[in-house]
Design a protein around this ligand. Structure first.
Ligand code: ATP
Ligand code: MG
Ligand code: FE
Length: 345
């Protein structure tokens, strides 16, 4: 199997070709950091325009690099949601045009399924079902992953996503956008016990998340810095530790409800954080489970994970999608999940 993948749901325009043998034949990512940086966050209109300008040349480049034509692909897989709708539509329309022109089937991919299956692209030993902590810019969920299209959500955030909390902390500390990697770098020089920050929902029965209160506490700590004796690095380190304590407590609770999983897995942009990876690895040890995290470039948005989700769906027998399929700004992996009511704050 050979699948061309297209990703355009946020601020990376990405194209990749991946095989059923887990080879990434070629890939290209054009990031829009330079365009959005001055605004301190992603501007949807600017993102859509940048995707439209860059996508076609990237497709050509990747086909060239892989030394194949569209006709050699078994499917064209494109993110069809969730995400910024303008960008998703650019990617999906491009994929439909390529599919029509080359008579290759279209596979519409849920961006979150791309993240959720990405660990299997790099780790052939990872088997279903596995426990997944999905931590990205827009999501913070714990899922039981039984296969492509087969997700049970055990927990979600009742307010902010974890990546969002990293990005807001970066903004408060004047580290610019995107913030996660900058907070991680600064935290290395700080004392994680220097600033007293809350651990929202820790100890609660249901394994849901909340990060809004933590973010507000970071803001108050920064405002009170003049009369205190901690550095920005101390704030970054204390924030990262508080966030880690939250996800470890919540994931530990969820794991007690998943006695049949074969591994603990983390995916999404925040999975690139080394402190988060190390903490989860030791948590997996508590449950005698193997731990898997994708290689760093597969954590943040990329097209190899979208192509790989296409490979997985083809292999699992999912039918191609019709060419009149619509983009979906919202698209939960587990449509039956209850809203995170009763989490209590
Ligand atoms: P979603 O996948 O929910 O639609 P997204 O696609 O915007 O959101 P990703 O690309 O998966 O999100 O991840 C981006 C997020 O990951 C950003 O919030 C970013 O700050 C965060 N992030 C990236 N690297 C790190 C890191 N090393 N430490 C902490 N956070 C990080
Ligand atoms: Mg991005
Ligand atoms: Fe993402």
């Amino acid at each position: 199997i050979r699948v061309l993948g297209i990703e355009s749901s946020c601020d990376e325009t990405a194209v990749a070709i991946v095989t059923g043998e887990r080879a990434i034949l070629a890939q290209a990512i054009a990031s829009q950091e330079a365009e959005h940086g001055p605004y301190g966050g992603v501007v949807p209109e600017i993102a859509a325009r940048a995707h439209a300008e860059r996508l076609a040349p990237l497709v050509e480049r990747v086909l060239d690099e892989a030394g194949c034509g569209l006709g050699d692909c078994d499917a064209i897989a494109a993110t069809a949601g969730p995400g910024l709708i303008g960008g998703v539509m650019v990617g999906l329309v491009t994929a439909k045009a390529l599919a029509m022109a080359s008579d290759v089937p279209l596979m519409a991919i849920n961006h979150l399924e791309g993240h959720a299956l990405s660990p299997r692209l790099a780790d052939p030993s990872l088997r279903f079902p596995y426990a997944l902590l999905l931590v990205s810019g827009g999501h913070c969920q714990i899922l039981r992953v039984a296969g492509p299209g087969r997700y049970r959500r055990l927990a979600t955030t009742i307010d902010d996503a974890l990546g969002e909390a990293f990005d807001k902390t970066a903004k408060i500390l004047g580290l610019g956008y995107p913030g996660g990697p900058a907070v991680e770098r600064l935290a290395q020089e700080g004392d994680a016990s220097a600033v007293d920050l809350p651990r929202p929902l820790v100890g609660r029965q249901e394994p849901h998340f909340s990060f809004a209160g933590l973010k507000s506490a970071v803001l108050r700590a920064k405002q009170a810095q003049g009369s205190a004796d901690y550095s920005d690095a101390d704030i970054a380190a204390s924030f990262q530790q508080a966030a880690l304590d939250c996800i470890l407590d919540r994931t530990r609770r969820a794991l007690r409800e998943m006695d049949d999983v074969t591994a603990l897995v983390v995916a999404g942009g925040v999975a690139a954080n080394r402190t988060v990876r190390a903490g989860l690895e030791s948590l997996a040890g508590e449950f005698a489970l193997p731990f898997t995290a994708p290689p760093l470039p597969l954590c943040t948005d990329n097209a190899a994970m979208i192509a790989w989700a296409g490979v997985e769906r083809l292999a699992a027998g999912f039918a191609p999608d019709p060419l009149d399929l619509k983009a979906r700004p919202r698209w939960p992996l587990d449509p039956d999940a209850e809203p995170a009511r009763g989490a209590g704050v």
